[in-house]
Design a protein around this ligand. Structure first.
Ligand SMILES: [Fe+2]
Length: 311
Protein backbone atom coordinates (compact mmCIF):
# COMPACT_ATOMS: atom_id res chain seq x y z
CA UNK A 1 0.00 0.00 0.00
CA UNK A 2 1.41 3.36 -1.00
CA UNK A 3 0.48 6.46 0.96
CA UNK A 4 3.42 8.51 -0.19
CA UNK A 5 1.92 10.01 -3.39
CA UNK A 6 -1.20 11.09 -1.53
CA UNK A 7 0.81 12.56 1.30
CA UNK A 8 2.92 14.47 -1.21
CA UNK A 9 -0.20 15.86 -2.81
CA UNK A 10 -1.49 17.06 0.55
CA UNK A 11 1.72 19.01 1.02
CA UNK A 12 1.41 20.54 -2.46
CA UNK A 13 -0.90 23.14 -3.89
CA UNK A 14 -4.11 23.65 -1.97
CA UNK A 15 -7.52 23.50 -3.54
CA UNK A 16 -8.79 26.65 -5.06
CA UNK A 17 -5.39 28.28 -5.15
CA UNK A 18 -4.68 27.81 -8.82
CA UNK A 19 -4.69 25.19 -11.53
CA UNK A 20 -2.75 22.07 -10.67
CA UNK A 21 -1.81 19.59 -13.37
CA UNK A 22 -0.99 15.93 -12.92
CA UNK A 23 -1.20 14.85 -9.30
CA UNK A 24 1.14 12.01 -8.31
CA UNK A 25 -0.32 8.62 -9.18
CA UNK A 26 -1.01 5.87 -6.69
CA UNK A 27 0.60 2.76 -8.10
CA UNK A 28 -1.42 -0.46 -8.38
CA UNK A 29 1.13 -3.19 -8.87
CA UNK A 30 0.66 -6.30 -10.97
CA UNK A 31 -0.01 -8.51 -7.95
CA UNK A 32 -2.90 -6.33 -6.76
CA UNK A 33 -4.66 -6.13 -10.12
CA UNK A 34 -4.20 -9.86 -10.76
CA UNK A 35 -5.56 -10.72 -7.32
CA UNK A 36 -8.68 -8.70 -8.11
CA UNK A 37 -9.18 -10.28 -11.51
CA UNK A 38 -8.63 -13.80 -10.24
CA UNK A 39 -10.78 -13.42 -7.11
CA UNK A 40 -7.68 -13.64 -4.93
CA UNK A 41 -6.92 -11.67 -1.77
CA UNK A 42 -8.19 -8.16 -2.43
CA UNK A 43 -7.63 -6.69 1.06
CA UNK A 44 -4.52 -4.71 0.07
CA UNK A 45 -6.13 -3.23 -3.04
CA UNK A 46 -9.29 -2.42 -1.08
CA UNK A 47 -7.21 -0.54 1.50
CA UNK A 48 -5.39 1.35 -1.27
CA UNK A 49 -8.64 2.37 -2.97
CA UNK A 50 -10.32 3.44 0.26
CA UNK A 51 -7.27 5.41 1.30
CA UNK A 52 -7.35 7.30 -1.99
CA UNK A 53 -11.11 7.77 -1.87
CA UNK A 54 -10.87 9.39 1.56
CA UNK A 55 -8.22 11.92 0.53
CA UNK A 56 -9.27 15.43 1.64
CA UNK A 57 -8.98 16.70 -1.94
CA UNK A 58 -11.85 14.37 -2.78
CA UNK A 59 -10.08 12.35 -5.45
CA UNK A 60 -7.11 10.18 -6.22
CA UNK A 61 -5.59 8.96 -9.47
CA UNK A 62 -4.37 5.37 -9.68
CA UNK A 63 -2.07 3.81 -12.26
CA UNK A 64 -2.06 0.12 -13.08
CA UNK A 65 1.36 -1.39 -13.52
CA UNK A 66 -0.06 -4.02 -15.82
CA UNK A 67 -1.72 -2.85 -19.04
CA UNK A 68 -5.11 -4.54 -19.40
CA UNK A 69 -6.98 -5.04 -22.65
CA UNK A 70 -10.41 -3.45 -22.87
CA UNK A 71 -12.28 -6.54 -21.76
CA UNK A 72 -10.11 -7.21 -18.72
CA UNK A 73 -10.32 -3.49 -17.95
CA UNK A 74 -14.10 -3.81 -17.80
CA UNK A 75 -13.77 -6.71 -15.36
CA UNK A 76 -11.26 -4.74 -13.29
CA UNK A 77 -13.49 -1.66 -13.10
CA UNK A 78 -16.50 -3.72 -12.08
CA UNK A 79 -14.55 -5.56 -9.39
CA UNK A 80 -12.79 -2.41 -8.09
CA UNK A 81 -16.16 -0.68 -7.85
CA UNK A 82 -17.38 -3.57 -5.73
CA UNK A 83 -14.55 -2.93 -3.28
CA UNK A 84 -15.70 0.68 -2.85
CA UNK A 85 -19.44 0.12 -2.59
CA UNK A 86 -22.46 -0.72 -4.72
CA UNK A 87 -22.61 0.13 -8.42
CA UNK A 88 -25.61 2.26 -9.33
CA UNK A 89 -27.55 2.11 -12.63
CA UNK A 90 -26.59 4.95 -14.98
CA UNK A 91 -29.36 4.89 -17.56
CA UNK A 92 -32.90 3.71 -18.18
CA UNK A 93 -31.59 0.26 -19.14
CA UNK A 94 -29.82 -0.09 -15.82
CA UNK A 95 -26.24 -0.14 -17.14
CA UNK A 96 -23.80 -0.43 -14.22
CA UNK A 97 -20.74 0.28 -16.36
CA UNK A 98 -21.05 3.04 -18.92
CA UNK A 99 -18.78 3.78 -21.85
CA UNK A 100 -17.94 7.49 -21.98
CA UNK A 101 -17.14 8.28 -25.60
CA UNK A 102 -18.08 10.71 -28.37
CA UNK A 103 -21.39 9.46 -29.70
CA UNK A 104 -21.87 12.63 -31.74
CA UNK A 105 -24.35 14.05 -29.22
CA UNK A 106 -24.42 17.56 -27.86
CA UNK A 107 -25.00 18.24 -24.18
CA UNK A 108 -28.73 18.24 -23.41
CA UNK A 109 -29.62 17.39 -27.03
CA UNK A 110 -33.08 15.90 -27.60
CA UNK A 111 -34.77 14.13 -24.73
CA UNK A 112 -31.81 12.03 -23.62
CA UNK A 113 -28.50 13.61 -24.79
CA UNK A 114 -25.93 13.50 -22.01
CA UNK A 115 -22.51 15.02 -21.39
CA UNK A 116 -20.97 11.55 -21.37
CA UNK A 117 -22.10 11.00 -24.98
CA UNK A 118 -20.48 14.16 -26.30
CA UNK A 119 -17.00 15.56 -26.86
CA UNK A 120 -17.94 18.93 -25.42
CA UNK A 121 -15.72 20.59 -22.88
CA UNK A 122 -16.54 22.91 -20.00
CA UNK A 123 -19.93 22.71 -18.29
CA UNK A 124 -18.54 21.55 -14.95
CA UNK A 125 -21.11 19.43 -13.18
CA UNK A 126 -21.69 16.56 -10.81
CA UNK A 127 -22.82 13.15 -12.01
CA UNK A 128 -26.39 11.95 -11.70
CA UNK A 129 -28.09 15.08 -10.33
CA UNK A 130 -31.13 14.00 -12.37
CA UNK A 131 -31.51 10.55 -10.83
CA UNK A 132 -34.24 9.91 -8.26
CA UNK A 133 -32.98 9.42 -4.73
CA UNK A 134 -29.47 10.58 -3.92
CA UNK A 135 -26.92 11.06 -6.69
CA UNK A 136 -23.86 8.78 -6.65
CA UNK A 137 -21.43 9.26 -3.74
CA UNK A 138 -18.42 8.66 -5.97
CA UNK A 139 -17.61 7.73 -9.51
CA UNK A 140 -14.74 5.74 -10.95
CA UNK A 141 -13.41 6.69 -14.38
CA UNK A 142 -10.94 4.36 -16.12
CA UNK A 143 -9.02 5.40 -19.22
CA UNK A 144 -8.92 2.74 -21.95
CA UNK A 145 -7.92 5.15 -24.75
CA UNK A 146 -7.16 8.84 -24.46
CA UNK A 147 -8.02 11.36 -27.21
CA UNK A 148 -5.43 12.61 -29.66
CA UNK A 149 -6.03 16.14 -28.38
CA UNK A 150 -7.73 17.43 -25.23
CA UNK A 151 -9.92 15.38 -22.95
CA UNK A 152 -8.24 16.47 -19.71
CA UNK A 153 -10.30 15.94 -16.57
CA UNK A 154 -11.10 19.17 -14.72
CA UNK A 155 -12.03 19.13 -11.01
CA UNK A 156 -13.26 21.87 -8.70
CA UNK A 157 -14.02 21.44 -4.99
CA UNK A 158 -17.27 22.81 -3.55
CA UNK A 159 -15.32 24.55 -0.79
CA UNK A 160 -13.63 26.72 -3.43
CA UNK A 161 -17.13 27.70 -4.57
CA UNK A 162 -18.78 28.34 -1.22
CA UNK A 163 -15.82 30.49 -0.15
CA UNK A 164 -16.40 32.77 -3.13
CA UNK A 165 -20.17 32.75 -3.70
CA UNK A 166 -22.20 35.63 -2.31
CA UNK A 167 -24.43 34.82 0.68
CA UNK A 168 -27.48 35.41 -1.53
CA UNK A 169 -26.28 32.88 -4.08
CA UNK A 170 -25.53 30.29 -1.38
CA UNK A 171 -29.03 30.75 0.02
CA UNK A 172 -30.79 30.50 -3.35
CA UNK A 173 -28.70 27.52 -4.47
CA UNK A 174 -29.81 25.67 -1.34
CA UNK A 175 -33.44 25.94 -2.42
CA UNK A 176 -35.14 23.42 -4.75
CA UNK A 177 -34.49 23.29 -8.50
CA UNK A 178 -36.03 21.00 -11.10
CA UNK A 179 -33.50 18.78 -12.92
CA UNK A 180 -34.71 17.21 -16.16
CA UNK A 181 -34.55 13.43 -15.88
CA UNK A 182 -33.17 12.89 -19.42
CA UNK A 183 -35.83 10.51 -20.59
CA UNK A 184 -37.32 7.77 -18.48
CA UNK A 185 -40.89 6.66 -18.48
CA UNK A 186 -43.62 8.77 -19.98
CA UNK A 187 -45.79 8.33 -16.90
CA UNK A 188 -43.07 9.28 -14.41
CA UNK A 189 -42.29 12.76 -13.15
CA UNK A 190 -40.17 14.50 -15.82
CA UNK A 191 -37.95 16.21 -13.26
CA UNK A 192 -36.19 15.52 -9.98
CA UNK A 193 -36.35 18.30 -7.40
CA UNK A 194 -33.33 19.08 -5.24
CA UNK A 195 -31.09 21.90 -4.08
CA UNK A 196 -27.76 22.57 -5.76
CA UNK A 197 -25.87 23.28 -2.54
CA UNK A 198 -27.16 21.13 0.30
CA UNK A 199 -25.34 20.10 3.48
CA UNK A 200 -22.40 17.91 2.47
CA UNK A 201 -23.27 17.76 -1.20
CA UNK A 202 -23.26 19.74 -4.43
CA UNK A 203 -25.58 18.55 -7.23
CA UNK A 204 -25.30 20.47 -10.47
CA UNK A 205 -25.61 20.32 -14.22
CA UNK A 206 -26.85 23.62 -15.62
CA UNK A 207 -28.38 22.27 -18.84
CA UNK A 208 -30.54 19.77 -16.95
CA UNK A 209 -31.87 22.60 -14.75
CA UNK A 210 -32.55 24.83 -17.76
CA UNK A 211 -34.44 22.02 -19.52
CA UNK A 212 -36.15 20.94 -16.30
CA UNK A 213 -37.70 24.35 -15.81
CA UNK A 214 -39.07 24.38 -19.38
CA UNK A 215 -41.47 21.51 -18.69
CA UNK A 216 -45.14 22.40 -18.52
CA UNK A 217 -46.31 22.84 -14.94
CA UNK A 218 -42.74 23.58 -13.78
CA UNK A 219 -42.26 27.23 -12.81
CA UNK A 220 -39.82 29.33 -14.83
CA UNK A 221 -36.50 30.08 -13.19
CA UNK A 222 -36.76 33.37 -11.30
CA UNK A 223 -34.38 36.28 -11.86
CA UNK A 224 -32.86 35.50 -8.47
CA UNK A 225 -32.30 31.85 -9.39
CA UNK A 226 -30.78 32.78 -12.75
CA UNK A 227 -28.41 35.23 -11.05
CA UNK A 228 -27.29 32.59 -8.55
CA UNK A 229 -26.72 30.01 -11.32
CA UNK A 230 -24.78 32.56 -13.39
CA UNK A 231 -22.62 33.39 -10.38
CA UNK A 232 -21.92 29.69 -9.86
CA UNK A 233 -21.11 29.20 -13.56
CA UNK A 234 -18.67 32.11 -13.58
CA UNK A 235 -16.69 30.39 -10.80
CA UNK A 236 -16.87 26.97 -12.47
CA UNK A 237 -15.52 28.54 -15.68
CA UNK A 238 -12.50 30.04 -13.90
CA UNK A 239 -9.40 27.95 -14.75
CA UNK A 240 -7.57 29.41 -11.74
CA UNK A 241 -9.82 27.26 -9.52
CA UNK A 242 -9.35 24.03 -11.47
CA UNK A 243 -7.35 20.92 -10.78
CA UNK A 244 -6.50 19.37 -14.13
CA UNK A 245 -5.66 15.71 -14.74
CA UNK A 246 -4.91 13.95 -18.00
CA UNK A 247 -5.52 10.25 -17.61
CA UNK A 248 -3.32 7.90 -19.62
CA UNK A 249 -4.42 4.41 -20.68
CA UNK A 250 -4.41 2.15 -17.62
CA UNK A 251 -5.02 5.01 -15.19
CA UNK A 252 -8.24 5.61 -13.31
CA UNK A 253 -9.59 8.21 -10.94
CA UNK A 254 -11.97 7.85 -8.00
CA UNK A 255 -13.85 11.11 -7.41
CA UNK A 256 -16.10 12.16 -4.53
CA UNK A 257 -19.20 13.29 -6.40
CA UNK A 258 -20.56 15.03 -3.29
CA UNK A 259 -17.58 17.36 -2.96
CA UNK A 260 -16.30 17.94 -6.48
CA UNK A 261 -17.66 19.31 -9.70
CA UNK A 262 -15.91 17.95 -12.75
CA UNK A 263 -15.75 18.36 -16.48
CA UNK A 264 -13.18 18.02 -19.18
CA UNK A 265 -11.53 19.99 -21.89
CA UNK A 266 -13.01 19.42 -25.36
CA UNK A 267 -11.36 16.57 -27.22
CA UNK A 268 -10.73 15.41 -30.75
CA UNK A 269 -10.35 11.84 -31.98
CA UNK A 270 -8.33 11.09 -35.10
CA UNK A 271 -8.74 8.22 -37.60
CA UNK A 272 -5.18 7.06 -36.91
CA UNK A 273 -5.64 6.45 -33.17
CA UNK A 274 -8.21 4.45 -31.16
CA UNK A 275 -11.07 6.73 -30.18
CA UNK A 276 -11.20 8.15 -26.66
CA UNK A 277 -12.88 5.64 -24.36
CA UNK A 278 -13.41 5.92 -20.63
CA UNK A 279 -15.25 3.37 -18.49
CA UNK A 280 -17.35 4.82 -15.71
CA UNK A 281 -19.17 3.45 -12.70
CA UNK A 282 -21.34 5.28 -10.19
CA UNK A 283 -20.85 4.20 -6.59
CA UNK A 284 -22.97 4.19 -3.46
CA UNK A 285 -20.57 3.95 -0.54
CA UNK A 286 -20.76 0.59 1.15
CA UNK A 287 -21.17 2.08 4.63
CA UNK A 288 -24.10 4.14 3.44
CA UNK A 289 -25.85 1.61 1.26
CA UNK A 290 -28.58 0.59 3.69
CA UNK A 291 -29.25 4.11 4.89
CA UNK A 292 -29.26 5.46 1.35
CA UNK A 293 -31.57 2.69 0.19
CA UNK A 294 -34.11 3.75 2.79
CA UNK A 295 -33.81 7.39 1.74
CA UNK A 296 -34.08 6.48 -1.92
CA UNK A 297 -37.23 4.49 -1.25
CA UNK A 298 -38.70 7.63 0.29
CA UNK A 299 -37.25 9.85 -2.45
CA UNK A 300 -38.73 7.62 -5.14
CA UNK A 301 -42.13 9.13 -4.44
CA UNK A 302 -43.00 11.98 -6.77
CA UNK A 303 -44.10 15.36 -5.48
CA UNK A 304 -47.70 14.26 -5.76
CA UNK A 305 -47.00 10.87 -4.23
CA UNK A 306 -46.83 9.13 -7.60
CA UNK A 307 -44.07 6.54 -7.80
CA UNK A 308 -41.03 7.35 -9.92
CA UNK A 309 -38.98 4.67 -11.60
CA UNK A 310 -35.21 4.79 -11.36
CA UNK A 311 -33.56 6.36 -14.42
FE1 LIG B 1 -19.65 13.68 -15.51
Amino acid sequence: MSETPLARRTAGAGLGTGAGVGTPRVGVDRGLSRALLSAGDTAALSALLHDGARHPDGYAVFALEERLDEYRARDFVTAATGLLGAALPQDARGALLRDVRDRGMRLGEGATGRYSDSRDGGNLHTDGPHMPGEPPDRFLLYCVHQAADGGELVLLHRDALTERLSPDAVRVLGEPFHFDRRGGDAWAEPTVVRGVLTPGRISYLRAYITIGHRHPHVPDLTAEQLAALDELDSLLDDPRLWRVERLSPGEFVVVDNRLLCHGRTAFRDTPEEPRRLMLRTWIREAARTDEARTREARGAQGDNGAPRRAN
